[in-house]
Design a protein around this ligand. Structure first.
Ligand SMILES: Cc1cc2nc3c(=O)[nH]c(=O)nc-3n(C[C@H](O)[C@H](O)[C@H](O)COP(=O)(O)OP(=O)(O)OC[C@H]3O[C@@H](n4cnc5c(N)ncnc54)[C@H](O)[C@@H]3O)c2cc1C
Length: 308
């Protein structure tokens, strides 16, 4: 289903992000998690795209399998890293052939340990260039969307700011350029203080950005995971009250998890009270934390969270 139709059908949206598993055992575990989360009736799920190598095909395989086997819209992530125009054209044609309706178009993380990588050799220097390319693909009419729109397009937004552009005014111009180029929605980086999200949302409106903004939420489930995420989601800020609670939990892994899930639950409750367009859960391929948040909010599925 095209993302515009998803937002029109029912908001807020509730969506889950997965990454492609590398081994058969983790693949089975992921399918178990997806099946469990399917019962929460997500608006869509998305699948990340690695910085290079074989995991890229795994994204394609997982997207196509999920599209076939699950009754849910599946959105592949696609990045500029290590790609030429012909690669992207091939990937888009393949996805169109499988009836995939949307793409999340990203700059991409730089590949770790890929010797000799030079961003200057990529055909697209920024996500905006990828959005423009997808738009041109859409105009070619190859995509089977019944309304002739081609792929719905999502882009990334950063409530706390992206470390690559310290000037937040210019950063907003770049985000606006992605929307003007054809993005239908923005999905944000994870954040732990809702004020950052509300401020970002207001700054978007001031900049003339009027597409839906989906809030990225990641429940902390372990102290180790929190430290890893601080590395991956560069610039992520953990508020002191959250850190204090994690510190209180000490070595008690279950207590850390409870604190993380409680914090994310409160974030979601507050976002729902402030008319959020959607909540995107970074599931880390686990179902427990997300299911627990739904339960804490008194809902058995997405419809329940919308109030019926
Ligand atoms: C929801 C979400 C999902 C993600 N999924 C993945 C994934 O699957 N795989 C992956 O590798 N990474 C993923 N990332 C990480 C993301 O690719 C990186 O954070 C990347 O550095 C920024 O992506 P972007 O799409 O905002 O890139 P861009 O829009 O290209 O921005 C990157 C930097 O360049 C600046 N910039 C933008 N346009 C211009 C311009 N025209 N001129 C000069 N500077 C410009 C921006 O301000 C920013 O600092 C994800 C991030 C989010 C928020």
């Amino acid at each position: 289903m095209h993302i515009t139709d998803i937002f029109q059908a029912s908001t807020p949206t509730f969506s889950f992000e997965f990454f492609p598993p590398k081994t058969e055992a983790s693949s089975d575990r992921l399918y178990h998690a997806i099946r469990e989360l399917e019962s929460l009736k997500p608006s869509f799920v998305s699948v990340t795209y690695g910085a290079g190598g074989s995991t890229r095909d795994l994204t394609h395989d997982l997207v196509v399998r999920a599209r076939k086997e699950l009754n849910v819209t599946t959105i592949p992530h696609l990045t500029c890293v290590c790609h030429q125009e012909a690669d992207i054209q091939g990937i888009l044609t393949r996805y169109a052939g499988h009836g995939i309706s949307n793409i999340l178009a990203l700059g991409g993380d730089p590949p770790i340990g890929l010797d000799g990588y030079d961003k200057a050799n990529d055909a697209f220097q920024h996500a905006v260039d990828l959005v423009r390319f997808i738009k041109t693909f859409n105009d070619s009419g190859v995509h089977p969307d019944p309304k002739g729109r081609g792929f719905g397009i999502g882009v990334a937004g950063f409530p706390e700011g992206h470390p690559g552009t310290p000037n937040r005014l210019i950063e907003m111009d770049y985000l606006k350029a992605k929307v003007d180029a054809g993005a239908d929605y923005i999905c944000t980086q994870l954040f732990f203080d809702n004020h950052d999200f509300y401020d970002f949302r207001e700054r978007c409106i001031l900049a003339g950005i009027h597409v839906p903004i989906v809030a990225g939420i990641m429940p902390i489930v372990s102290a180790k995971g929190m430290k890893r995420m601080a590395d991956l989601a560069a610039g992520s800020r953990y508020p002191a009250p959250l850190l204090k609670s994690i510190q209180r939990a000490g070595e008690d892994a279950e207590a850390v998890k409870r604190v993380g899930i409680h914090w994310a639950t409160e974030q979601c409750r507050d976002l729902l009270d402030h008319d959020v367009a959607g909540i995107h859960f970074y599931t880390l391929n686990q179902s427990n934390a997300t299911r627990q948040i739904f339960q804490n909010l008194g809902a058995s599925d997405s419809g329940g969270l919308r109030g019926g």
